[in-house]
Design a protein around this ligand. Structure first.
Ligand code: ANZ
Length: 839
């Protein structure tokens, strides 16, 4: 008798799949389009720490789904690769002097080994890494297409600047306003950047969300990020000046209630509009505002600040003179950087007006007194001349046509979305493929000279000017114009980490093509991605940037679909238990003792602890390493446990005791076979029924990614099988087929032992007979005069007469019908009886 030696089995089958290239995907034309499926994981950044338990969660889910599809006759593309440019490797290089390529490639090797140890059915021949020249050649090529479309431009843009390190910091490197490395307060500084015009695609990025099968929450986050706002531009004359002040408002219906104006401290008219006697105060205020972040400035909870400019504007609807203030709650980066303030109907304006004693005029009748709080809901207009009596919607329309007729304003749309700053002052990224000539022209490196290789360097320090370390590599920077050979300088900024992940799903389709980024045939065969699974942390930026590039490629005729990812699923986070003292501080897990009554205590102090759910973290010592789990319990246990923890999309805490439960389940399956002979006899009617119910449930649940409930049903079947002395072949083999997407190693092994030639990966998925999945009993609903009065369990297929007799005999029902004439009896087989009585 052999025991379940998962280590041996898993190695054996991983070797088999690799040697036989079991999961190689081909563009086989015999599969019709509806039988081709592209299933994609968000590829990992190969960090030095290696895989964490969150990675295998999504990867197992897609792997089960892919294996299920193959067994159901689909041609499946399931690739894996690495998002290998990025900051951590560069930061490490700064500390150690080790080249980022060296550390990155070591991390990739480790990730690859870890991923392979879990037995995923990737087509490894398609593996890509974004830092490889054959890959980034095409990232650069796409940048050139964007440039030629006029979608890439240079601009002075604010960055986070650390004056101690002389370096531009990414947002992640800024912690509470300070440089993460040295603690120096971070300031904003304008530097020359490459910017991509994503705003040109804002409407399509919103509108095309409608056709996608994505979580509604993710769609909403994208819409909010783009922030389309329909409103009006209104022009105000400035008293005593020739200037017009243009404001953006979504509420032109409240124009009669505008009692002051605000311009942002950075507004270009600040100088002109500041009266001489106000100059000192205004300058001091502007200086102060420059040191606040946008978030601080617009935070509703923060006290409002501002200064009066000394100038007045004229309200175009009633000729009133209203003061112009300078205040930092108005941002220069949105709309026109100037607003008309309506304190009666806008909360921020109300707070400002209260603080500076400005008039509050009600123009929309709501509930309560506008002197006490702003009324921001709909209502009927008052004190508003030709708008009186109208509600908000009608008043906006009426005011808009009045403004347009009088040439005082017009309809406009604004977006929160800004153009995408696409350069980083870093080494470890894709070089931007262009040169600057002496006379200031920009020239692209010709396509046939790509890739523009990242030069080898030894010092990773940024240049003292804040430029990328590449600026120090004189022999690389000094070059010639590709057009006329005159002296030119290379661009020294590199692309941001997002670049490589904007199109990697296209390169998987044709990873070795040296002529094109992807062949038309491969692209048309597989696109769009049918299922994309990954973490919710990518709900906004990665998905937005990738959609933007895809639309550009679509406009250029290089891809055939408008959207890259048809269906998106976010896996939930795997959390952990943590232990909390009464003061809410957390205790590292190795300092916790579990008491016999199931409560917890801090070892050293004896303080009672409460078990709570928290993120896994190094400091709490509750991080689970997938390698340890695979070694101690096997990949199959790890896979099945992660799917059994709970619904895929929800977050759930890791519990090693339940993991052991899954290991026992697999061991039980092994022993089932060790202890019993496979028999060719037909199974009992009862077992057959359980089998068919199981096939049905596992089929529908796997299809819907409800893996945890599918696993529970397989457990039910295994329990039933334990009651048999022999294993009826039909039941045993069906079980192995159902198990195989989930725990492919043990399934392959037992499949082979049942006399089959491997692999089980392309064996046909078992089918079920609907009638065998039906229960013999059904629940009948009994109504009296249409009201539910009782439910009874009856034999399936009960006739009308039998059902009515049962209903009338029911004690509760009797109470409702006794002594009353029956007018009508309604019967729906196996479902319902309704007795209609008079009186
Ligand atoms: C008058 C008004 C009256 C407004 C009212 C609102 C309510 P969204 O929806 O986000 O587009 N606003 C315009 N530009 C601004 C800027 N640069 N900084 C800060 N606030 C600005 O918001 C548009 C509204 O936000 C505009 O409509 C304007 O205030 C303000 F009862 O104008 B409203």
């Amino acid at each position: 008798m052999s025991t379940y030696s998962f280590n041996e089995i898993e190695k054996k089958w991983q070797k088999f799949w690799e040697e036989h290239k079991t999961f190689l995907a081909k563009e086989d034309p015999s599969f019709p389009p509806e039988k081709r499926q592209y299933v994609l994981d968000m590829f990992p950044y190969p960090s030095a720490e290696g895989l964490h338990v969150g990675h295998p969660e999504g990867y197992t889910a897609t792997d089960i789904y892919c294996r299920f599809l193959r067994m159901n006759g689909y041609n499946v593309l399931h690739p894996m690769g690495f998002d290998s440019f990025g900051l951590p490797a560069e930061t490490y290089a700064l500390k150690t002097g080790i080249h980022p390529r060296v550390t990155t490639e070591a991390s990739i090797a480790n990730f690859r080994k870890q991923i392979k140890s879990l037995g995923f059915s990737y087509d490894w021949d398609r593996e890509i890494s974004t830092h490889e020249p054959e890959y980034y050649r095409w990232t650069q090529w796409i940048f050139e297409q964007l440039y030629k479309m006029g979608l890439a431009y240079e601009s002075e843009m604010p960055v986070n600047w650390c004056s101690h390190d002389n370096a531009v910091l990414s947002n992640e490197e800024v912690k509470e306003g300070r440089c993460e490395r040295c603690g120096t307060p971070v300031i904003r500084r304008n530097i020359r950047q490459w910017v991509l015009k994503i705003t040109a695609y804002a409407d399509r990025l919103i509108d095309d969300l409608d056709g996608l099968d994505w979580p509604e929450s993710v769609k909403q986050m994208q819409r909010n990020w783009i922030g389309r706002s329909e409103g009006a531009s209104v022009f105000f004359k400035v008293d005593g000046h020739n200037e017009n002040l243009e404001v953006y408002t979504t509420r032109c219906d409240t124009l009669f209630g505008a009692t002051y104006m605000v311009i942002s401290p950075e507004h270009p008219l600040v100088g002109k509009l500041t009266a001489p006697d106000r100059k000192k105060e205004v300058e001091a205020y502007i200086h102060q505002a420059a040191h606040k972040s946008d978030l601080e400035r617009t935070d509703l909870a923060k006290d409002k600040t501002g200064v009066f400019s000394g100038s007045y504007a004229v309200n175009p609807v009633n000729g009133e003179r209203i003061p112009i203030w300078i205040a930092d709650y108005v941002l220069i980066s949105y709309g026109t950087g100037a607003i008309m303030a309506v304190p009666a109907h806008d909360t921020r304006d109300w707070e400002f007006a209260k603080k500076f004693n400005l008039p509050i005029i009600e123009v929309l009748k709501g509930e309560g007194d506008v002197q006490e709080a702003a009324w921001i809901e709909d209502g009927i207009h008052v004190n508003s001349g030709f708008l009186d009596g109208l509600d908000k919607e009608d008043a906006i329309a009426t005011m808009l046509s009045w403004l347009e007729k009088n040439k005082l304003g017009h309809k406009t749309t604004n977006y929160k979305l800004r153009d995408w700053i696409f350069s980083r002052q870093r080494y470890w990224g894709e070089p931007i493929p262009l040169v600057h000539t002496r006379d200031g022209a920009v020239e692209l490196i010709p396509e046939n000279q790509l890739p523009l290789l990242l030069p080898e360097i030894e010092r990773y320090q940024p240049a003292s000017t804040g430029e990328s370390p590449l600026a120090n590599v004189t022999e690389w920077v000094e070059t010639q114009s590709p057009v006329d050979g005159s002296p030119a300088r290379r661009e020294t900024n590199t692309m941001p980490q997002w670049a490589g992940s904007c199109w990697y799903f296209l390169r998987y389709l044709d990873p070795h093509n040296s002529e094109r980024f992807v062949s038309k045939e491969a692209e048309e065969y597989w696109m769009p991605v049918d299922l994309y699974v990954g973490g919710a942390e990518h709900a906004v930026l990665h998905l937005l940037y990738a959609r933007f590039w895809h639309k550009v490629l679509y406009d250029l005729g290089h891809v055939s679909t408008k959207e890259p990812f048809q269906r998106l699923v976010n896996q939930g986070m795997i959390t952990s238990f943590a232990y909390q003292r009464p003061d809410k501080s957390l205790v590292p897990t190795d300092m916790v003792e579990e008491l016999p009554d199931g409560s917890f205590m801090e070892k050293q102090t004896g303080i009672a602890l409460e078990r709570v759910i928290a993120k896994m973290s190094k400091s709490l010592k509750n991080v689970i390493n997938p390698d340890d789990i695979v070694r101690e319990y096997g990949a199959d246990t790890m896979r099945m446990y992660e799917m059994f923890m709970g619904p895929l999309r929800e977050s759930k805490p890791w519990a090693t005791t339940s993991l052991i439960g899954i290991w026992r389940f697999l061991d039980r399956i092994w022993r089932l076979h060790e202890d019993r002979a496979i028999s060719e006899e037909a199974p009992s009617a009862e077992l057959l029924k359980t089998l068919h119910k199981t096939i049905k449930k596992v089929t529908t649940d796997t299809e819907a990614l409800n893996f945890n409930t599918a696993i529970s049903q397989m457990m039910v079947l295994v329990n039933e099988m334990y009651k048999c002395d022999v294993l009826p072949r039909e039941v045993w083999e069906s079980l192995l087929l159902l198990l195989s997407p989930y725990v492919p190693h043990i399934a392959e092994e037992l499949w082979e032992r049942a006399g089959h030639t491997p692999s089980i990966a392309y064996a046909s998925w078992p089918t079920y007979a609907e009638e065998l999945t039906q229960d013999d009993e059904v629940e009948l609903v009994i109504q009296v005069n249409g009201k539910l009065r009782a439910r009874v369990v009856v034999a399936k297929g009960l006739s009308r007469d039998e059902a009515l007799a049962t209903a009338r005999a029911n004690e509760v029902v009797k109470g409702w019908i006794e002594g009353k004439p029956i007018v009508k009896e309604i019967f729906v087989q196996d479902k319902l009886v309704n007795i209609v009585v008079k009186g």
